[in-house]
Design a protein around this ligand. Structure first.
Ligand SMILES: CCCCCCCC/C=C\C/C=C/C(=O)SCCNC(=O)CCNC(=O)[C@H](O)C(C)(C)COP(=O)(O)OP(=O)(O)OC[C@H]1O[C@@H](n2cnc3c(N)ncnc32)[C@H](O)[C@@H]1OP(=O)(O)O
Length: 202
């Protein structure tokens, strides 16, 4: 879809469903993160539009981020704006990219950064004109693939393993936390208000 890299997690999967549904949904989200953040392959995000919350997380999981140079496109972990909380592993992924202080600001305010600010903040690595995102990503991929694979893979694993091990250890507790948090009436209400606002915006 043009204008959108990813709209993040499907909010309809987190509202008005059973606890069993929430648990299965969250396990799948964890699985996505474990596979992508833990991948030993080179991963380059070609960010061709806005990328809130889970969309930002997917981009942050990649080794390198190239974004379309359009201030209308924004990226960030905006969970607090929905009345929800970025889980610790979303937070760890952001800290590993932009550092602790910038992450704290970003997460508490639920900030979405327009592309030029995202570059300043280090959330993305490069801006290119909209029609050059794919070719710039292909060029970056060639550069990354020219590094000896075993050395690059071991380095990537050394950088990311502590965060990955943390979730693996606490996986079931994290699912239980998610289910009890998301099923609260107050949280369901916040999500509903956010969805209503999205629809009114049209
Ligand atoms: C104590 C600790 C406990 C820990 C507990 C952890 C809890 C944490 C839980 C979850 C983490 C959440 C992660 C997420 O990713 S939440 C999702 C965040 N996403 C957003 O906020 C995106 C919102 N959408 C937008 O900003 C815009 O829609 C857009 C920029 C993506 C696209 O804009 P535009 O092109 O103008 O399209 P529309 O706004 O008109 O949208 C079209 C259509 O799609 C619906 N929609 C949009 N985004 C979502 C979404 N994420 N999920 C479901 N549906 C979405 C929108 O409502 C429209 O629907 P329609 O009216 O029926 O056509």
């Amino acid at each position: 879809v043009s204008k959108i890299f990813s709209a993040g997690l499907d909010i309809t999967e987190m509202s008005g469903k059973s606890n069993e549904h929430y648990a299965a949904f969250w396990r799948a989200v964890q699985e996505m993160w474990l596979k992508l953040y833990g991948s030993n392959m080179v991963t380059i995000a070609a960010i061709n539009g806005s990328s809130p919350a889970g969309g930002c997380l997917m981009a942050l999981c990649c080794d390198y981020r190239i974004m379309a140079d359009n201030p209308k496109f924004a990226i960030g972990l905006n969970e607090t704006q929905l009345g929800i909380v970025a889980p610790f592993w979303f937070k760890d992924t952001m800290i590993n990219t932009i550092g602790n202080r910038a992450t704290e600001l970003s997460l508490q305010l639920g900030q979405m950064y327009p592309a030029p600010e995202a570059l300043k903040f280090g959330l993305v690595d490069k801006l290119v004109p909209e029609d050059k995102v794919q070719s710039a990503a292909a060029a970056a991929m060639s550069q990354w693939l020219s590094v000896p694979d075993h050395a690059r893979q071991l380095t990537k694993s050394m950088m990311r393993k502590p965060a990955i091990d943390r979730l693996v250890k606490q996986r079931e507790a994290d699912i239980n936390n998610f289910v009890s948090f998301i099923s609260k009436d107050s949280i369901q209400k916040s999500l509903q208000i956010y969805m209503d606002r999205l629809k009114q915006k049209k």
